[in-house]
Design a binder for this molecule. Structure first.
Ligand code: AMP
Length: 201
């Protein structure tokens, strides 16, 4: 049994893309998912799609997202679990924007454990704060996201520092936390990410 579980662990590549808003997680997660044939789960994209469709969930989270606060853990945990269930035979997953709180990180570990899966690596993209702010402002202009106004951007960074940054310790203790420079072109960062992923064992 133990051997089987280990064998299963090795065959899957489950990555968490970690870092503050604007660091480039979404762009890189999409590229890496395509390259390694992984399922890309962006909780922000899932929630925005619900808002667009005006579902019950969408209506519930709309104001929270527009203010830059976090959607309640239980909702996110449910969304994540049902999304993973839809992709049971996957090679692996990239979690982009999840977990954002300790409660979510623990729930993800429990969920993985129940399936004999595990998180392979937590990859943190590192970008200086002034660059982050200018990227977020540009994204507001290009994509018209309602949560990319100056006040909300500031709040999202505050929320990140308070609730999400402490997860660094949680994953450092598991010895799976890796920092990758997020500056340079999209292709430069992608190449660094592939280097880290290919040396994963
Ligand atoms: P993102 O596109 O990942 O920056 O997410 C946009 C917004 O969706 C966040 O500012 C939160 O309001 C909400 N959101 C996305 N993922 C989560 C999560 N894991 N936990 C709580 N709220 C989330």
């Amino acid at each position: 049994m133990v051997r089987q579980r280990n064998a299963k662990y090795k065959t899957m590549l489950n990555l968490i893309f970690f870092g503050p808003p604007g660091v480039g997680k979404g762009t890189q997660a999409a590229k890496v998912a395509k390259h390694y044939n992984l399922v890309h789960i962006s909780t922000g994209d899932i929630l925005r799609a619900e808002i667009k469709l005006e579902t019950e969930l969408g209506l519930k989270v709309k104001d929270i997202i527009a203010s830059g606060e976090l959607v309640p853990d239980e909702l996110l945990i449910e969304i994540l679990e049902s999304t993973c269930d839809k992709h049971n035979g996957a090679n692996g997953f990239i979690f982009d924007g999840f977990p954002r709180t300790l409660r979510q990180a623990e729930a993800l570990d429990e969920m993985m454990d129940r399936r004999s899966w595990k998180v392979t690596k937590v990859i943190s993209l590192e970008v200086p704060e002034d660059e982050l702010l200018s990227r977020l402002v540009n994204r507001a202009l290009e994509q018209g996201r309602t949560d990319d106004t100056a006040d909300v951007i500031r709040n999202r960074l505050v929320v990140y520092l308070k609730h999400t940054e402490p997860l660094i310790d949680y994953y450092r203790k598991q010895d799976i936390f890796i920092e990758v420079p997020g500056m340079g072109t999209i292709e430069d960062v992608f190449a660094s990410l592939c280097g880290v992923i290919d040396n994963r064992y």
